[in-house]
Design a protein. Structure first.
Length: 303
């Protein structure tokens, strides 16, 4: 009976936590990530028989377990989510001490996926050829993701009214509800125009991206579509977020200004621009060293 009561209290607190996150303007994906971290902690704590409230040692044991069994980014996200959770519990008076107050976030290097190569992009577009609704839609999905690098949540929240083909732009709602305008090039415009004509009469949903039965596509649905496209195109390691790195990398290679990239991608710091473009930055640095190697340019036979 005590276990059932504790579980019920956990659920009620988690629901209140979600409401607070929504009111704070957190992105839906962030809320899901935090909620998942809290649920996994609660399950682990229950199975391990941890007391309530837990101590620093108990939470540290869970985080150490996650670092051993999960990818580095996942373990770091767990730490961040639980830090916010326990801080909220303390501010709400649910606990007296925050067990993570003096536990620094794991010093884990964020893993940045490699961008898709131009050959991989071309292979994906070839895999989307055809006149069926799915083919036309998937071609537009790939074209827009490559051209804009939108986050998965931003992509799925697009409304049909957000598309302004004459203005060559899309209105995007990013993290914290911040709106920005993103340009789409002529190839993406053509793909979206074809998709909008194919979509006509198929769905009454205000959302731009829909399934063949007219339902709005979710972030999970977009990932499944990209995975199928990559499988057909022979592209390894499918992922929606890789398009974000692809778009940033290609624009950086074309000498786009960091300030422009920040506006287009919705970044708030220059460090984010560096993180997303570091793959090509490293390549440029290697090429620069090939030209300016201190030893190679040193006259070792001089005086």
């Amino acid at each position: 009976m005590q276990v059932q009561q504790t579980t019920r209290i956990d659920e009620l607190l988690r629901r209140s936590f979600t409401i607070w996150l929504q009111a704070s303007g957190k992105a839906p994906t962030t809320i899901k990530r935090y909620d998942l971290a809290v649920r996994q902690w609660q399950d682990y704590a229950e199975q391990a028989g941890f007391p309530s409230p837990p101590t620093r040692e108990h939470v540290s044991e869970f985080l150490a377990h996650r670092r051993r069994t999960q990818a580095a980014n996942t373990a770091r996200n767990d730490h961040v989510g639980l830090s916010v959770w326990f801080k909220w519990l303390r501010e709400e008076g649910e606990i007296r001490d925050n067990p993570l107050e003096h536990v620094p976030t794991s010093a884990v290097q964020m893993v940045t996926p490699d961008p898709y190569t131009p050959d991989e992009i071309r292979a994906m577009l070839r895999a989307c050829q055809g006149r069926s609704f799915d083919a036309i839609r998937n071609n537009a999905i790939v074209a827009v993701l490559v051209d804009t690098g939108l986050r998965s949540s931003e992509f799925c929240s697009l409304l049909s009214d957000d598309v302004e083909l004459r203005a060559e732009s899309i209105t995007v709602r990013g993290k914290g509800g911040r709106e920005r305008r993103v340009r789409i090039g002529s190839h993406a415009q053509l793909a979206v125009d074809r998709y909008l004509r194919a979509r006509r009469g198929r769905s009454t949903s205000p959302y731009l991206w829909v399934s063949r039965v007219g339902q709005p596509l979710t972030t999970s649905g977009i990932f499944q579509i990209i995975r199928r496209i990559c499988r057909q195109a022979g592209v390894a390691n499918p992922g929606v977020h890789r398009f974000r790195h692809t778009a940033a990398t290609l624009m950086a290679e074309a000498d786009a200004d960091d300030s422009d990239l920040m506006l287009l991608f919705g970044w708030t710091t220059h460090s984010m621009a560096m993180r997303y473009t570091k793959y090509r930055a490293q390549e440029r640095a290697l090429r620069a060293h090939r030209r300016f190697s201190p030893m190679d340019n040193l006259d070792t036979k001089g005086k």
